[in-house]
Design a protein. Structure first.
Length: 309
């Protein structure tokens, strides 16, 4: 099956490196590059993040009688260094195996108790279906993980031998990922679809390597300059407003990321806890957050794509 992987050479290796050279002779150019590092394009305001969070509770959890889900059960925690090493591992995999990895998908899942989670998988572009398709490798076999399907089937002899799928609790085998994915379908999408008809129900959110690495670099820099001791990234489910101006994103599920320190989700360089912000400030009139203070990342590409008519 390793020969099958060689077929990706013709597609070209799409692997962008974010880290910038520290040798820059033009001061103006260096200042511009530092500005890019300072505030990634997809940083959103604290208010927008809280709105996504609240929309998820009202339009999703409450619709399927899961409105008693606690804040702690909504928090999905990853160690910052674990994700950093994971991205480096995927980039090495892309280079050594000639696989055109484009970035990572945050796949939606749920455990047997019903607690939602997400796990990371590398992606390649599926041109025919126009979406970022996840994959893994087990026993030398290249396996696509088609999260546009309603459910996936288990495979015989599945075992993690490459560390390609990352969950908050460690690396997953294909079958372990399938079980999480299918649980999410049966416990969250199916009950919601029975009440709300949509062209598609989001099951994954994609970011490029450049975007994820830029966000990691941003958090590390903010940790150092603001004395925050950021050690993790917390992931939350959210839902966009039911606004037709948002077009395909209107009333769709997403995930957003924020910083974590001492197992607490923080949303800005002041170290304000996300949980406290939701309780005390979301009800107030929207204010313009200082974008240089926000630590929240969103605006990923949702998958699957809408059904083509």
């Amino acid at each position: 099956m390793k020969k099958k992987m060689l077929s990706f050479v013709s597609l070209g290796l799409v692997c962008t490196t974010f880290f910038l050279s520290c040798v820059t002779k033009n001061p103006d150019e260096e200042e511009q590059l530092n500005t890019v590092l300072e505030v990634p394009e997809k940083i959103i305001s604290n208010y927008d993040a809280a709105t996504l969070f609240q929309n998820d509770h009202i339009t999703r959890l409450s619709q399927i009688r899961a409105e008693k889900t606690t804040f702690e059960d909504k928090t999905i925690h990853f160690e910052l260094e674990t994700i950093t090493k994971y991205i480096a591992h995927l980039e090495k995999l892309a280079t050594t195996n000639n696989i055109p990895i484009t970035g990572v998908n945050f796949i939606f899942g749920a455990d047997i108790t019903g607690k939602r989670t997400t796990f990371l998988m590398p992606s390649i572009r599926n041109a025919s279906l126009d979406y970022q398709e996840s994959f893994t490798i087990e026993n030398g076999e290249f396996l696509t993980f088609k999260h546009i399907d309603q459910s996936l089937k288990l495979k015989k002899g599945s075992k993690n031998d490459q560390n390609i799928m990352l969950s908050p609790n460690g690396y997953l085998s294909y079958n372990e990922a399938v079980e999480l994915f299918n649980n999410y379908e049966s416990q969250y999408i199916t009950p919601f679809a029975a009440k709300v008809t949509k062209d598609y129900y989001t099951k994954a959110v994609w970011y490029s390597f450049q975007e994820i690495k830029g966000y990691i670099s941003y958090l590390k820099k903010k940790s150092a300059t603001s004395n925050l001791a950021i050690t993790g990234i917390d992931v939350f489910f959210g839902v966009y407003n039911n606004d037709p101006n948002l077009e395909l994103k209107s009333n769709t599920q997403t995930v957003f990321l924020t910083a974590s320190t001492q197992q607490q989700s923080i949303i800005n360089t002041k170290g304000e806890k996300f949980k406290n912000f939701i309780k005390t400030e979301l009800s107030l009139k929207e204010t313009n957050d200082n974008e240089g203070e926000s630590l929240i990342f969103n605006e990923g590409n949702a998958s699957p794509p809408p059904v083509k008519k």
